[in-house]
Ligand binder design. Structure first.
Ligand SMILES: *[C@@H]1O[C@H](CO)[C@@H](O)[C@H](O)[C@H]1NC(C)=O
Ligand SMILES: *[C@@H]1O[C@H](CO)[C@@H](O)[C@H](O)[C@H]1NC(C)=O
Length: 481
């Protein structure tokens, strides 16, 4: 109170004097500057402003301002376009391939005798397309033997359809959604229709239970709906994402579905395991073979009384009432990584079977990352090319240049995330090792958008952010050879 009174008690005439003095000085400064200003400022300093986007005059091509808005670019200092041509092969390829050509060096030419490729006339496009090899995509996955269960709300389910479409669309798998009652009723009808359009077999059940009870109630729901071909039931979170359904089907085929099996992933951080236990962490997907599902349905009422809820209740129910133990599949990922998970996605390791937390703990837009699979299948996702100018493309995720490049053949993962819950580097070794320190000098263009174009092209936009100097955009336009 006292403080406020003192502030408020400054006399009005004093404030006016201050404003007048400021105005006079400002006028004088502007006048002086106008006298000294060069009559024509150097061209490279000029910035064009289109609506509220500022474009540096270094950018010599015409750009769609709407597109820049979509990429959330306010100030643009460089724009490079390059055509990427996919060359399919039946032979196996390493996930990371070296290419003896630069990705971004526009002056480069294949040999002295050939004409200078330089930049094309529009000033942004690298004239020579870049040809890269990818493996022949696998056949469309068929998965009527796996049923998925998710406890969520109608709004979140609606938001999840695009990501479900990537892995569940047209695979004949079924997704059972247990949602809180939808008051409007129109929501359910809308979501059902949209799922059908995307080729997703979505079965929605409404329930009065709260979230954690609904989660456990997925067990009897899935058990009730088993059909002859059902081998596996999988409980997921609404942000569990499977990059490749065919990889998942192949991975499950290695386990014996006729025995009671409880398959999942642990947290990547040991402090999380210390809190929650040796359980299949829900975000990675909890896989139950049909015999185990039947066992659990017989002890459902007992387990409903158990203290803990959610994925922990499933684990405790299995451990207390059966002799089945967890089988860890290290490709199923809860992804308990805070803020920046780029080290995980840029590691050049085998494609993960599941990922999670990609729109909460960190940001990596999985549906957009997956757009490129429309052209070259799931085997194309996160595939890497190391170019001679130091740039490393991780397809769908990023284009980076390390300040401290790892030696070739180094499969360590850069620890880019923030340790969580008292973790240190050692806490992550059991799932993610070998690890190396975060590269503070890494230059990163991150995927911001991707689109299937009408002409058999997929376009990806990668953006390098700099809030002071301005952003640089790299547009890759992919087609088959
Ligand atoms: C920039 O303009 C677009 C449309 O012209 C608008 O949607 C957007 O909100 C504007 N952004 C800012 C920061 O003013
Ligand atoms: C579902 O999302 C769309 C936009 O993608 C929105 O127009 C629609 O109102 C949403 N419906 C519900 C039920 O949330």
């Amino acid at each position: 109170m006292l403080f406020q009174n003192r502030e408020g008690s400054i006399p009005a005439s004093w404030a006016w004097k201050k404003i007048m003095r400021f105005a006079i000085i400002t006028v004088a400064v502007i006048g002086f500057a106008a006298l000294l200003w060069p009559s024509s400022p150097p061209r490279y300093n000029a910035m064009h402003a289109y609506s509220n986007v500022t474009i540096s005059s270094n950018v010599e091509c015409d750009l769609d301002v709407e597109m820049l808005h979509r990429l959330d670019v306010r100030k643009l200092v460089a724009y490079t376009r390059r055509e990427m041509v996919l060359d399919f092969t039946a032979d196996p390829l390493p996930i990371r391939q070296g290419i003896k050509q630069p990705l971004l060096d526009t002056k480069w030419k294949p040999s002295a005798s050939e004409p200078e490729p330089g930049q094309s006339l529009d000033g942004c496009t690298v004239r020579t397309p870049m040809q890269v090899q990818v493996v022949q995509p696998p056949k469309m996955a068929v998965a009527p033997h796996i049923d998925f269960g998710v406890a969520t709300s109608i709004g979140r389910l609606n938001d999840s359809l695009d990501q479900f479409a990537h892995w569940a669309g047209y695979t004949r798998t079924r997704i059972f959604a247990l949602i809180e009652p939808d008051e409007t009723k129109e929501g359910v009808a809308y979501v059902r229709a949209k799922a059908e359009n995307l080729g997703i077999n979505l079965l929605i059940t409404e329930s009065e239970d709260d979230y954690l009870h609904r989660y456990f109630a997925l067990i009897p729901l899935l058990e009730e709906h088993t059909r002859e071909q059902t081998q596996w039931a999988c409980i997921i979170d609404d942000d569990t994402f499977f990059p490749s359904m065919s990889a998942l089907v192949d991975a499950l085929a290695k386990y014996d579905h006729t025995k009671p099996m409880y398959i999942g992933g642990l947290s990547e951080g040991t402090p999380q395991i210390a809190v929650f236990g040796i359980i299949a962490f829900g975000g990675a997907g909890v896989f139950l073979s049909r015999p185990l599902l039947s066992d659990l349905a017989t002890v459902y009422d007992e387990c409903e009384q158990m203290t803990y809820t959610g994925d922990r209740r499933i684990a405790n129910c299995i451990y207390q009432y059966t002799t089945t133990r967890m089988t860890i599949d290290h490709r199923l990922h809860q992804l308990d990584l805070m803020k920046d998970a780029s080290g995980f996605f840029e590691s050049g390791r085998e494609l993960p079977l599941s990922v999670h937390h990609w729109k909460s703990w960190f940001n990596a837009d999985m549906p957009k990352l997956s757009v490129i699979s429309e052209l070259c299948g799931d085997t194309c996702l996160l595939r890497q090319w190391q170019f001679s100018d130091g740039y490393l493309l991780t397809n769908g995720f990023s284009v980076v240049k390390y300040g401290f490049p790892p030696e070739s053949g180094d499969l360590s993962m850069e620890m880019t995330w923030e340790p969580h819950n008292g973790a240190n580097q050692e806490s992550y070794l059991h799932e993610l090792g070998p690890l190396r320190r975060k590269d503070e000098m890494k230059e990163s263009y991150l995927l911001q958008d991707a689109k299937v174009e009408g002409n058999g092209h997929v376009t990806q936009w990668y953006v390098k952010r700099d809030s002071i100097l301005g952003d640089e955009v790299l547009e890759l336009s992919w087609r088959k050879r």
